[in-house]
Design a protein around this ligand. Structure first.
Ligand code: HAS
Ligand code: CU
Length: 546
């Protein structure tokens, strides 16, 4: 596979996205530290000028980490990967920059009320909590920006296809396009919630809202968004890591199949976040619970394919045994180590997800700290630690300077892993002991004695994560400003042992799969949404509980 370097303009555009992503992450780890320490019993340092309450902090933390850090990273990373895959520059650089400015303008608009404590509604902004209109309009602009990324990748695909009739799409570019297509389709729920409900309501154009309809539209997008975060990490696990460890990708067709399954199956299962919501028929909840187990399958394919690829690299390096080869991987390379630890953590986090999805078992864990444990192992580690591992080669490449310190990067990676182990095990267990999530627990009147021994561990884990986050950001800052060595070459894409041509041509098509995705979405959500819209009363007043 050819891997001509991305053109300079694409580099700058990617750099701009990464800059915003990392500023967000700084805010995210700082608020995270304060929240961890609150759980450990240190109180919350609320201040009129900064974070006005624990809940203000949790809202800022959630939005910055899961909405801004992820989205801006992805919109910088995938176009970069896509261009390298096609080995041609992406078309319309002007559109690329327009997209960036739309997203940034949206972000700033949303950030003003968020930072000013006028949008303390958590990252899920459930109605009837009511934020300032600028928060909703700003986030909508960010989402609209992501659609333009999809458009630009699709336009480039068309140009490339015209130049290469009959050739299979390079896998990294195909994966990038599938990821963006999946997300664009899935984001219609959020767009509808914003445009028809939250924005007119917050502007005072309509008097009331309907919480159940709003939540259902939210989760139609809110579940697939987790795969929008995950799939770019998978791109790296499939395309980069095998080569970084000196091996080959086990199977290209199997990787394509996995991404196409995500395209079909990501969206029609958001009801697993609403198992306890009244007013939605249990049959549809159960149906979507089954679909949730179906979307486990492409992750299983990924597990198999990526482990086989890693093993090929480890054996080439002299690794032996059934499991011992794992130790022969190049653990001294921080980019590799970060992503290996992300994978290990995802084994646990993913299984936790299956527990959440198990319908009646969900009643035990829903709205408890267990869920917080779950998503810190998934988006907080599988995704974030992978993105960090990617940054360890991508940022030097963009800056044209070598990473400031590999040792610091390695220490950072291990600190994140260990910190997250402590943090998430404590939270999972606290959840099983009934501790609620999203609660300033030190003030809870129902505080249970069996929570006491575990809560300090949340503080210890949170502190390690904070130190790790600061080391990461500092290393990148020093790379960009002070490193004097030239950047090493960018990792090449992995070659496949079973190349694309060994699979059927349908695995290189997009349209039939998009059609299937739409059909399944309509089946899974149509009846429920039709009934909710028909019976919606739009009479819930907005609340400002903070
Ligand atoms: Fe989840 C709640 C179910 C995956 C994120 N999830 C959340 C929330 C977030 C989130 C943020 O069914 C909270 C939302 C909120 O604020 O309320 N989740 C699942 C299931 C999966 C899953 C079934 N979640 C994710 C991913 C996320 C994420 C990925 C972010 C990126 N989740 C739920 C449910 C809820 C939920 C319920 C609602 C709970 C409630 O009641 O509120 C699955 O996709 C997971 C499948 C994956 C695996 C892991 C496969 C392992 C791989 C690693 C390869 C390892 C290698 C190395 C190569 C089973 C691919 C190994 C090497 C060796 C040698 C061994
Ligand atoms: Cu989900």
């Amino acid at each position: 596979m050819t891997t001509a370097t991305a053109s300079d303009p694409e580099k700058r555009l990617t750099g701009a996205h990464l800059l915003v992503a990392h500023v967000a992450l700084l805010g995210g780890v700082l608020t995270g530290l304060l929240q961890g320490l609150e759980h450990a019993g240190f109180g919350f340092p609320a201040s009129q000028y900064f974070l006005q309450s624990y809940y203000h902090s949790v809202s800022v933390h959630g939005v910055l980490n899961v909405l801004v850090w992820t989205t801006f990273f992805i919109c910088g990373f995938l176009p970069f990967i896509s261009a390298r895959g096609y080995a041609i520059p992406l078309v319309r650089p002007g559109l690329g920059w327009l997209t960036f400015w739309v997203m940034l303008a949206g972000l700033i608009l949303a950030a003003i009320p968020l930072v000013g404590n006028a949008a303390t509604v958590m990252f899920t902004f459930y109605a009837p909590l009511k934020a300032h209109w600028a928060f909703y309009i700003g986030l909508t602009l960010v989402v609209a920006g992501t659609w333009l990324v999809t458009l630009r990748l699709a336009l480039t695909h068309r140009v490339w296809r015209a130049q290469h009739p009959g050739v299979r799409t390079p896998l990294p570019s195909f994966m990038s396009l599938v990821t963006m297509a999946m997300w664009t389709l899935a984001s219609i729920g959020l767009a509808a919630e914003m445009l028809f409900m939250l924005i007119p309501w917050s502007l005072g154009l309509v008097q009331g809202t309907d919480p159940l309809l709003a939540r259902t539209l939210f989760w139609l997008t809110g579940h697939p968004i987790v795969y929008f975060w995950l799939l770019p990490a998978y791109v790296s696990w499939y395309m980069l890591i095998p080569r970084q460890v000196g091996g080959k990708l086990f199977s290209d067709p199997m990787a394509r199949a996995s991404f196409l399954l995500f395209l079909i199956l990501s969206a029609p299962l958001g009801l697993h976040h609403q198992v306890t919501d009244p007013g939605i028929h249990e049959g549809w909840k159960l149906f979507q619970a089954f679909l949730t187990f179906a979307v486990f399958f492409p992750s299983l394919l990924t597990f198999f394919n990526v482990v086989a690829s890693l093993e090929s690299g480890a054996r080439a390096r002299g690794g032996t045994g059934w499991v011992a080869w794992f130790g022969k991987l190049p653990w001294g390379d921080p980019s590799v180590a970060a992503q290996l630890m992300a994978m290990l953590m995802f084994c646990a986090g993913g299984i936790g997800g299956l527990i959440n999805a198990s319908y009646n078992v969900n009643l035990v864990v829903h709205n408890t700290a267990y869920i917080v444990g779950h998503f810190h192992t998934t988006v907080g580690t599988a995704v974030t630690l992978t993105y960090m591992g990617i940054s360890y080669w991508l940022v030097p490449h963009i800056a044209g300077r070598a990473l400031w310190s590999r040792r610091m990067a390695l220490a950072q990676t291990w600190l994140w892993f260990i910190g997250m182990l402590i943090f998430s095990i404590a939270l999972h267990e606290l959840g099983l002991r009934g501790m609620p999530r999203r609660t300033m627990i030190s003030l809870a009147t129902y505080f249970q004695p069996e929570w006491k021994a575990l809560l300090p561990w949340v503080g210890v884990g949170g502190t390690l994560l904070f130190i790790s986050g600061v080391l990461y950001l500092l290393n990148l800052l020093l790379t960009v400003t002070a490193s004097r060595q030239p950047a090493p070459a960018v990792p090449e894409f992995a070659q496949a042992m079973a190349p694309a041509e060994e699979g059927p041509a349908i695995l290189d098509r997009l349209r039939p799969w998009v059609v299937m995705a739409v059909i399944l979405l309509v089946i899974a959500y149509g009846p429920t949404l039709a009934r909710l819209v028909a019976t919606a009363s739009f009479n819930a007043p907005g609340f400002r509980v903070w």
